[in-house]
Design a protein around this ligand. Structure first.
Ligand code: NDP
Length: 499
């Protein structure tokens, strides 16, 4: 068990390079034991006015710094994250509950993103292209948007912040970040690292507070030109509606209902491993978590038996204990939502094979634990097969053939991640073409994205933007087309072309 230092517990807004006290506070809890960890500032909208003003001024200067120099700073951020990796990982487990091995993986994702985006400082490629007229030059270039607002969830409190803030910063924007109220320590730690790395005052600002007050104030502030949001569909829809009303650019990454498909020729042991990792890692609270297993009828029984056996070996408890495989759920509301879906599944006629109950862990009686749960005899239209549960709950859906498996995967409103286990190369290529998700895995579970590829989903998961990969730059840059006429006379496009 790690203990928080009094400095770490002292949470303040970070605006214009200053740590600013806020008198109104809310308690934040350790999901592993229900104890209060610290008090988080409950800022009012005036904090956003202050942050926006500082960001507006800072961004003008920052945009003038050559991109390779901006990138060097990100490189320093990456080095510092690397040096502090173990402490960051422990703090992450403390506030979020995910097991320490996964917390280390998440911090590593942030480090990878720092080095990757630092490389972008020497690229930020635009295009040069021929002009239709003589003695005329044409090109396109990326320009920063200005001040950007990022709103992040609790389930990946540092990785998602790096997916958004690093591309924003390297391309010359200033950032205002509202982290989830459940996970304030990662926000403080990352802001501190930016400060230590020497980022100019006002280029990054962290404002704590509720989504209803601070998130809304960001959306409504005229100086904030882009909102990059990751979170639930309910909130995302509201964010998008309000941004739409103001014609504000908005990038959304939202929920998922991800499936692993297991065909009759699959390596079943490998499929079980993939399902375990994808379904019960982060206690099923990943946007890419596998919550449906679509299995060919010929191997349904075998897969179910082996999965059940493997689930019995999952150890549940405090994620800081390295022997634990499944940590707690984030809070009581998260548990209540899972319990609601267990009842829905039973009422719908699904067969509850194992799990389905809240769990009390010895010495952690006030923690928020839930048994790894398996439903079988699930049909694709049941609510447990359609809606995001966000917990360690898997539904087995039996199908007759490959085409039915693909159709079952696609028959949900979400489109984040999917996976297929098969040895047949023809099926592999058909599946990667036909699975309607932003991410497809073959012979691996539904999780495990790498930061240099685009991350995001189709249909109800997003609105066409991507976090991470070079594509992330599109959220935080505007394209400018530039024409340079060196003919010394007026040449008119589309008119003087035949002259
Ligand atoms: P929420 O939608 O509850 O919250 C996300 C963020 O939005 C939080 O910072 C929250 O603040 C803020 N917020 C809440 N209400 C508003 C509002 N009215 N206006 C503006 N901001 C607001 O999501 P969770 O934090 O519970 O995260 C889990 C969800 O995120 C799941 O659905 C998961 O699938 C999704 N997710 C998607 C990913 C993807 O890339 N597709 C990746 C990771 C998660 P506060 O904390 O103060 O309420």
């Amino acid at each position: 068990m790690i203990t928080l230092t009094s400095k770490e517990k002292n949470l303040k807004n970070f605006i214009n390079g200053e740590w600013i006290e806020v008198s109104s506070k809310e308690k934040v809890y350790n999901p592993a034991n229900g104890e209060v960890l610290a008090e988080i500032p409950n800022s009012d909208a005036a904090a956003i006015d202050m942050a926006a003003e500082s960001a507006r001024i800072a961004q003008k200067e920052w945009a003038g710094v050559p991109a390779p120099q901006r990138a060097e700073l990100l490189y320093k951020v990456g080095i510092k994250m690397k040096e502090q990796k173990e402490r960051l990982s422990q703090l992450l487990t403390l506030e979020n509950g995910k097991v320490i091995e996964e917390a280390r993986g998440e911090v590593q994702e942030g480090i990878d993103m720092a080095f990757y985006m630092a490389g972008e400082g020497r690229r930020l490629f635009g295009q040069t292209t021929p002009s239709e007229l003589k003695d005329k030059f044409a090109m396109s270039q990326r320009c920063p948007v200005g001040v950007v607002g990022i709103i992040t969830p609790w389930n990946f409190p540092i990785a998602i912040a790096t997916w958004k803030s690093f591309p924003a910063i390297v391309s010359g924007n200033a950032v205002i970040w509202k982290p989830s109220s459940e996970t304030p320590f990662m926000a403080k730690a990352l802001a501190k690292i930016f400060e230590e790395a020497g980022l100019p005052k006002g280029v990054i600002n962290v404002v704590y507070g509720s989504g209803a007050t601070i998130g809304q104030a960001m959306i409504n502030h005229e100086a904030i030109r882009v909102i990059s949001f990751t979170g639930s569909n309910e909130t995302g829809r509201q964010v998008a509606t309000e941004c739409g009303r103001q014609l504000k650019k908005v990038s959304l990454e939202m929920g998922g209902k991800n499936a692993v498909i297991v065909m009759e020729d699959a390596d079943i042991d490998l499929a079980v491993e993939g399902i375990l990792w994808s379904a019960f890692g982060t206690s099923g609270q990943r946007c890419t978590a596998c919550s449906r297993v679509i299995v060919h009828k010929d191997v349904r029984k075998e897969l179910e038996n082996r999965l059940l056996k493997a689930m019995k070996d999952l150890t549940i408890g405090d994620g800081l204990n390295p022997n634990i495989k499944v940590g707690p759920i984030i809070n009581q509301a998260g548990l209540d939502k899972i319990l609601k879906y267990i009842e829905i599944g039973k009422e719908e006629g699904a067969n509850l094979v194992t799990g389905g109950k809240q769990l009390t862990v010895e010495n952690y009686e006030n923690g928020f634990y839930f048994e790894p749960t398996l439903f079988s005899d699930v049909t694709i239209d049941m609510r447990i097969a359609q809606e995001e549960i966000f917990g360690p709950v898997v539904s087995l859906i039996e199908v007759n053939d490959f085409d039915e498996a693909i159709a079952a995967n696609n028959k949900v409103k979400y489109g984040l991640s999917s996976s297929i286990f098969t040895q047949d190369v023809n099926r592999v290529f058909k599946a990667q073409r036909d699975l309607d998700t932003g991410i497809v895995y073959v012979n691996a579970g539904t999780t495990g994205a790498e930061i240099h590829l685009p991350f995001g989903g189709t249909k109800g998961t997003g609105n066409g933007h991507r976090d991470s990969g070079v594509q992330a730059l599109d959220v935080f840059t505007e394209w400018k087309a530039v024409y340079v006429d060196y003919s010394g006379k007026l040449q008119r496009a589309q008119i003087d072309t035949d002259a």
